[in-house]
Write a protein that binds this ligand. Structure first.
Ligand code: ARG
Length: 459
């Protein structure tokens, strides 16, 4: 048991208590951030004359070598230390002697851990943002190639109106684009440096907090030391944004699972992203999509968990806050894993365009267009709606579609219909006439794709 305290204690910590309290098993994940933070702290202490240049050099060298050794696997982070902060400090003292004992001057583990967590979250926001961007690139590629791939658009899971694959995928593009926006908002709001807040009330040393903030890439130091050590808002915001990403991935997964089913046959998931059954030889299961859908639960769980943990904590730091780590790390790793696999799955998935088009053509997805035809010939929309309803009923009775219903049948219900009705209800017309901005018409879709491309180039 190696801990940073003990002077005022007369007994050893109970072994179970020690284990219950220790965080080394998980906070070792941010050893790099912890060392980076310490380096900035030392740099500042020297600038302020709190450490000598010589002490600084020794400590910096020691910290650098610990970082290297851990990275290269030469130094193992073991459970004999209470937490990552103790591990680094103890190793530093071992390596550089007395100078190492000065590392913690003007600092508490409370502001140290607040800093480490922020640095970690900030690094991960950037990594996740990069992964969402990769997914957007994959989606854009599918969009570019499918401006004229017709498919049914659904409401209530009932065929509604024809759209294109580019348009359908474009809806997900928008969702993930907003997700990136959310990540960037959080990054910007959280980018203030807690170092120098001390345990809760700052310190009596002449620290230059603006300097450490700048060294670590923060916009400014935090403005209140009590808030600094007990703020986990950014963790909650991150988990909320991650939940949203998972919700989007999960909706998309659900569609892919349906599209991949024997009933739809809109897509075929690549063999590399499918799994088999141990009993049924014919099966090719969409396990990846199902797992992504399933893992959404644990990310939501992390969000609810931290919200609940934080709700009753009085100012300032309390040990409850140590609970922020495992669930945040797990949520981050889950989202990163899901994003990478999902991007791989969608970019290798085969779209069965003929099936999509055939499906769009049955199910009366052009009924609204037949009504619009009547409206264009002076029939009020409400009457047109009723007339087309009767036509649909007729088609069902005759086992046909609006594309193939004889003109005589059309005219028996409304004499307004002429030969050009067939062109008006053709799939091509139905999609191509939807030219309002944001609609599936190929022209306007190409424009949106260009805009998306520009967005990806600039962001
Ligand atoms: N392991 C602690 C955490 O994760 C570090 C801060 C400990 N501070 C303290 N006063 N015990 O929150």
């Amino acid at each position: 048991m190696a801990q940073l305290w003990g002077g005022r204690f007369t007994k050893e910590t109970d072994k179970l208590v020690y284990n219950f309290n220790a965080s080394i098993s998980f906070d070792q994940k941010f050893y790099e951030q912890d060392i980076r933070g310490s380096m900035a702290h030392v740099e500042m202490l020297a600038k302020q004359g709190i450490l000598t240049a010589e002490e600084k050099d020794k400590i910096m060298e020691g910290l650098g070598s610990i970082m290297e050794d851990v990275k290269e696997g030469r130094l193992a982070i073991t459970s004999e230390y209470e937490d990552i902060h103790s591990f680094v400090e103890a190793n530093l003292i071992q390596r550089v002697g007395d100078a190492g004992k000065k590392l913690h001057t003007g600092r508490s583990r409370n502001d140290q851990v607040a800093l480490d967590m922020k640095l970690y979250v900030r690094d991960e926001i950037d990594a996740i943002d990069g992964e969402v961007k990769d997914l957007l690139k994959a989606l854009l590629k599918i969009m570019e190639g499918n401006v004229q791939t017709w498919m049914p658009g659904f409401t209530h899971l009932q065929k509604a109106q024809p759209v294109t694959l580019a348009h359908h995928i474009g809806a997900y593009f928008e969702m993930f684009r907003r997700d990136r926006g959310r990540l960037m908002d959080i990054r910007k709001r959280m980018n203030t440096c807690p170092l120098g807040a001390g345990a809760l009330a700052g310190t009596t040393y002449p620290l230059d907090r603006a300097y450490t903030a700048q060294l670590l890439g923060f916009d400014e130091p935090t403005r209140n030391s009590m808030d600094s050590v007990s703020d986990r808002d950014y963790v909650i915001e991150l988990l909320s944004a991650l939940s949203m990403i998972m919700m989007h991935l999960s909706r998309f997964s659900e569609e892919i699972i349906m599209w991949n089913s024997n009933e739809y046959q809109f897509v075929e998931i690549d063999d590399a992203y499918s799994t088999g059954s141990s009993i049924m030889p014919q099966k090719k299961n969409p396990d990846i999509a199902e797992l992504v859908r399933g893992k959404t639960g644990r990310v939501y769980g992390a969000l609810m968990s931290i919200l609940t943990t934080m709700k009753g904590i009085p100012l300032a730091y309390n040990k409850d806050m140590q609970e922020d780590k495992e669930l945040t790390f797990d949520a981050i790793d889950t989202v990163k894993g899901c994003l990478a696999l999902f991007t791989g799955m969608v970019s290798t998935m085969e779209f069965k365009k003929d099936n999509m088009e055939a499906s769009a053509k049955n199910g009366f997805t052009n009924a609204t267009d037949a009504a619009d035809y009547l409206v264009n010939h002076g029939v009020p929309f409400r009457d047109a709606h009723g007339i087309v309803g009767q036509l649909v009923l007729k088609c069902i009775e005759l086992g046909t579609s609006l594309d193939h219903l004889p003109l005589a049948e059309y005219q028996a219900i409304s004499p307004v219909f002429q030969e050009d009705i067939y062109q008006a209800v053709s799939m091509k017309t139905c999609v191509e006439k939807r030219t309002t901005y944001g609609a599936p018409g190929p022209e306007v879709m190409r424009q949106v794709i260009q805009e998306n491309k520009k967005y990806l180039e600039e962001n």
